[in-house]
Design a protein. Structure first.
Length: 552
């Protein structure tokens, strides 16, 4: 693992810091489902620990009870395990330390570094100043230590209404960094907490809790995304003020978050899509949530590979989603069994095949991994409607009147007659097979430019196939517009109700991947039952990212 964070870790170790080893953490807020951006952070934090023979904690930063829920706690754990990482016995909650946080806040008050303020949230914003103008001190800023201790204890006891008072750090209202202008570190919130119940009426702010959690858990390197860079001075100020040893206390290091083209990576926007029912739920395969990617058929190995390839940067940039799709395609190409399926069927009658006859042909399951299966071949089959063209151009190498094509794993067939309905629509084709052209037979290598897939009409299984596209329409650079609801893609999901698939997939479990020959990679959806097969398209066969790589 080579990146600037690893280099910082190695520099710290050379300087004699962190002699007990490297200790990282993944600290999600349980206020929504994790998305692909969190996958990058998971891989980075757990990966750094593994690479340096250290350990990584899972910690829920649950300091805001109004937005948090056990549902999110459970989903986060499931997602991390699915990605292939294990926190062992090191699962913690910020709320585990509420008592200690309170004691640290009291210590700051005693040192004259915190005070209870009566200003409203709006007044605090007004007093804070701007990027070019210093802030103004609150009238409450110079209260005595004794008065502040008394008021803070009364806040804890529930004597004041929500928002009536807050506890603020006492730093510098003229600081060029707005985050250092006496930030709020405690507020009153009467809300049931998913982990502590109704034990507390005051809750620490995230910026106050986070460095203390890291210090309590002996984290060595607190890896955050770039939006926390301006918060680092407060992180260090708090640990300095409370006397944590600079040689053993955690360091905050920032890296660029993951932004993907054609993708939303905002919890707030993802929640809006769910709550306003633009999608079926958090695990809708069009969502960028980890559970959505899992249901779509993306694999843990592919996501880990993607996170490794994009690396860790110091500045924000947007990654082409084609690169993620490339990683998924590479993984499935190596591991997904091959089968034949027809999404838009056109009936073909092979007139020189005996009625009722069934021949079981041998078909390979995978070109590299080996294995084979039997595919039934009968007088009536279905091919893809797009594989026939009545008025075909010269370079159309599939089936056309009088033309020949090879059926995959089977025979060469010739189209003799085209049957149409009263409106002139093609309803079926009458063809003949070349009985000497069977795959593996004596004339199997007779040169035919086109090979198409097919299924037996009497053996094929009906299935629902869900064809997913990007949820959003984007600009030419793949960027999501501000009004993302207006940019929703009406064709992000197309459902094929009566697709036909060869019978070898009949008892396949949800989550099993296949390559439908010539169509793409598909996965069995959770909605599948013994009575109904449901497949999701994972990715197509076309790999735009591989082309970019080969031309670069």
């Amino acid at each position: 693992m080579v990146n600037f964070i690893q280099q910082e870790i190695e520099n710290d170790l050379k300087a004699g810091k962190y002699t007990d080893g490297i200790h990282t953490r993944f600290p999600p807020e349980p206020n929504g489902y994790l998305h692909v951006g969190h996958a990058k952070s998971i891989c980075l934090n757990f990966g750094l620990a593994l690479y340096n023979k250290g350990i990584c904690n899972l910690r829920f930063d649950d300091t805001n009870p109004t937005k948090e829920d056990v549902e999110y706690v459970d989903s986060i754990q499931e997602d991390i395990k699915w990605l292939g990482f294990d926190w062992e016995d090191r699962k913690f909650y910020a709320s585990d330390y509420f008592g200690k946080f309170y004691e640290y806040a009291v210590e700051l008050i005693k040192r004259g570094l915190a005070y209870v303020d009566d200003l409203s949230a709006e007044e605090i914003r007004q007093y804070r100043g701007t990027l070019t103008e210093p802030g103004k001190e609150s009238p409450c800023r110079n209260r005595s230590v004794e008065e502040n201790l008394n008021l803070f204890e009364r806040m804890k006891a529930g004597e004041f209404a929500d928002g009536e008072k807050v506890l603020r750090a006492k730093i510098d209202m003229a600081s060029p960094n707005i985050n250092m202008r006496d930030p709020v570190i405690y507020r009153i919130t009467r809300a049931h907490h998913h982990h502590t119940g109704d034990d507390w009426l005051i809750y620490p702010m995230y910026d106050f809790a986070h460095p203390l959690e890291d210090a309590i858990e002996n984290i060595t390197h607190s890896v955050c995304t770039l939006e926390f860079e301006d918060h680092r001075p407060f992180y260090d100020w708090l640990l300095d003020s409370l006397g944590f040893d600079v040689n053993s206390r955690p360091r905050q290091i920032e890296f660029a978050r993951l932004d993907l083209t054609n993708t939303i990576t905002s919890k707030r926007k993802l929640r809006q899509l769910v709550e306003e029912k633009f999608v079926r739920g958090w695990d809708d395969p069009r969502m960028s949530t980890i559970c959505g990617l899992r249901r779509r058929g993306y694999t843990p190995a592919a996501i880990r590979d993607f996170c490794e390839r994009i690396g860790v940067a110091k500045s924000n940039s947007v990654v082409d989603i084609a690169m993620l799709e490339h990683c998924v395609r590479e993984d499935l190409n190596e591991n997904a069994a091959r089968v034949m399926a027809v999404l838009n069927p056109l009936k073909v009658v092979l007139t020189n095949v005996e009625e009722g006859a069934v021949e079981f042909l041998t078909a390979e399951n995978h070109p590299k991994r080996g294995g084979c299966r039997y595919v039934p071949f009968t007088r009536e089959i279905f091919i893809e409607r797009d594989d026939f063209m009545e008025d075909a151009p010269k370079k159309f190498f599939r089936l056309k009147p009088g033309g020949e094509v090879r059926l995959k794993h089977a025979y060469i067939i010739k189209c003799n007659d085209v049957i149409k309905d009263a409106e002139g629509n093609v309803t079926e084709l009458h063809c003949t097979i070349d009985p000497t052209s069977k795959s593996g037979g004596a004339t199997a290598n007779r040169k035919i430019k086109g090979t198409i897939h097919w299924v037996s009409a009497s053996h094929a299984l009906k299935a629902e196939v869900r064809l997913y596209d990007y949820l959003l329409k984007t600009d030419e650079n793949g960027n999501v517009p501000e009004d993302f609801i207006a940019a929703l893609n009406p064709n992000s999901l197309i459902v094929v109700e009566n697709a036909l698939i060869e019978p070898s997939v009949k008892w396949t479990a949800a989550g099993t991947h296949y390559q439908f020959l010539r169509l793409g990679y598909f996965v069995v959806d959770y909605d599948t039952t013994p009575e109904k097969l449901v497949f999701n398209r994972v990715v197509g066969l076309k790999d735009t990212w591989a082309k970019v790589k080969s031309n670069s």
